[in-house]
Ligand binder design. Structure first.
Ligand SMILES: [Zn+2]
Length: 497
């Protein structure tokens, strides 16, 4: 720690110099300190009026100059400490690690299960690729970096958004708008200057996956979309790389080790068929609690360290899936999983030509987007859809209508358009036999009434509009783009969340 010379000054002068300060203002005062023309300050003018001698003034100015120099020196020492280490710490004591590295990793090296110096050397020579620097990737990257993994690659084509920050804690408010991989790299370099961080500010796809993955020993799948999961899986199986895979949503998550040393089951062994796209929810739609997904990301880092240091071997590895849940009491359960499936088209015991190969992936024969499907909505005739601005005009003209917000009640509680009523699409609205069942008792709705349906982004509201039209409510209209678009185009006081 360095001290601020300002504090010394206030106690040192023989000429009764007292500068008043408030607690916590030292830095601010110190920053401005050297730019002050002391001779023209009110303090000196008043002292002169009261007969301060020339020699006393000179003595004081000299003292201030000395303290300014001392202050600058101490600041530079502090800055050096914040970014790096002393010369002593750069000396390699055994030709392998420096004193700083012994200090830095000592507390993990002395844990019996870790594997002492040999394991630390394995980490230092390891190359780990983390795909996704989001809710899972943030804590995983932080701990892998702290533990001393020699080379860490980060693949992420997204930029930091304010809505990420509650859970993606490797990023900061200042990095909003910057690439996530650059933001993560900047944080990691401050934590551990011994780690080499490589960034890939792009989405992983069939064309770039092999080139990126082949340079690494282990891959952490921290993505949130099934198509990318299958792609990472197939590429790693072809290249013989182990995957630590995690996922999380709301207050739950899972993690596992896939294709361990090319013997273990792969993602396709677990899930040979892609999930129904309409059941896939992303963090932005389904919500996520930061520490819950963080627990999964930290667990992934732990599994990665175990794989890299040899805690599992081909003889001892047994496939597993760890399930985490934050409610009602936090708990983790470990499920034993089946071994490799002989009929798996990625890793199974099939003739080579029947299995997925590099060229099939690169030339698009394996179409991951088509395999995982796209969210399909019944196309709604444009006559039953209005823009946010058109709906605003209807409100302005005081046209009689009912606005039904079909978002989950938690979201309705966060924000809503005045006068709207809430009927959650799932599970209530989608199962309705008649609208009367769900609206307040005093509300009478005729089949010909104008009904506007709104949700967060405009997907569920289309389904709800279709359902109402099918029930004979011919005045039902979908508000295109939902509350998100309403906030953009009509009322910016409606917060995005
Ligand atoms: Zn498989």
């Amino acid at each position: 720690m360095y001290t601020c010379a300002y504090r010394t000054l206030s106690h040192s002068s023989s000429c009764d110099l007292h500068l008043k300060k408030k607690e916590g203002q030292e830095d601010q005062n110190c920053t401005n300190f050297s730019s002050i023309d002391w001779r023209n300050t009110a303090f000196f003018k008043n002292k002169r009026k009261r007969g301060m001698t020339q020699s006393c003034e000179s003595e004081l100015l000299k003292k201030i100059e000395e303290l300014e120099k001392e202050n600058a020196r101490l600041r530079s020492v502090g800055a050096d400490h914040s970014t790096h280490t002393s010369d002593d710490d750069k000396i390699k004591v055994d030709g392998v690690f420096t004193l700083d590295e012994y200090k830095r990793y000592g507390r993990q090296m002395i844990v019996p299960q870790f594997g002492a110096l040999e394991s630390q050397k394995k980490l230092r020579s390891a190359k780990v690729l983390v795909v996704g620097a989001g809710g899972l990737g943030s804590p995983a990257l932080q701990y892998l970096c702290g533990a001393g993994v020699g080379t860490i690659g980060i693949v992420d084509g997204d930029t930091v958004d304010t809505s990420n920050l509650h859970r993606q804690v490797i990023h900061s408010t200042a990095s909003v708008g910057h690439y996530k991989c650059d933001s993560a790299k900047s944080w990691m370099e401050k934590l551990n200057p011994h780690v080499h961080v490589v960034t890939y500010p792009e989405r992983m796809n069939s064309q770039n996956a092999f080139e990126i993955v082949q340079g690494y020993d282990l891959v952490l799948d921290c993505t949130d979309h099934p198509a990318i999961r299958y792609l990472i899986n197939d590429v790693c199986v072809v290249l013989g790389k182990t995957i630590v895979s995690g996922s999380g949503l709301k207050a739950e998550g899972q993690l596992t080790v896939l294709n361990f040393e090319n013997i273990g089951p792969c993602y396709r062994c677990f899930y040979p068929h892609a999930p129904n796209p309409n059941t896939v929810t992303s963090c932005s739609d389904g919500g996520v609690i930061g520490p819950a997904i963080g627990m999964v990301g930290v667990g992934m880092a732990m599994e990665a360290l175990k794989v890299l240091t040899g805690a599992y071997t081909k003889e001892t590895f047994s496939p597993f899936l760890i399930s985490y849940s934050a409610f009602p009491h936090q708990h983790m359960r470990v499920f034993k999983m089946r071994n490799k499936q002989p009929a798996c088209i990625a890793c199974g015991h099939l003739p080579q030509e029947k299995k997925i190969q590099q060229r099939d992936i690169e030339n698009g024969t394996v179409d991951y987007v088509a395999f995982c499907g796209k969210i399909s909505l019944d196309p709604l005739d444009p006559v039953h859809r209005v823009s946010a601005k058109q709906y605003a005009e209807a409100r302005k003209a005081n046209r009689k209508h009912v606005l039904i917000d079909v978002r989950p009640k938690e979201q309705f509680e966060i924000t809503r358009i005045s006068g709207s009523i809430n009927i959650e699409w799932d599970p209530i609205f989608r199962k309705l036999d008649s609208l009367e069942e769900a609206v307040p008792d005093e509300m009478e709705i005729k089949k010909s009434d104008d009904l506007y349906l709104i949700c967060r982004y405009g997907n569920d509201s289309q389904l709800a509009t279709s359902k109402l039209l099918g029930m004979g409510y011919l005045g039902a209209k979908d508000v295109i783009g939902g509350l998100d678009k309403w906030s953009d185009d009509v009322d910016q006081t409606i917060p995005k969340y």
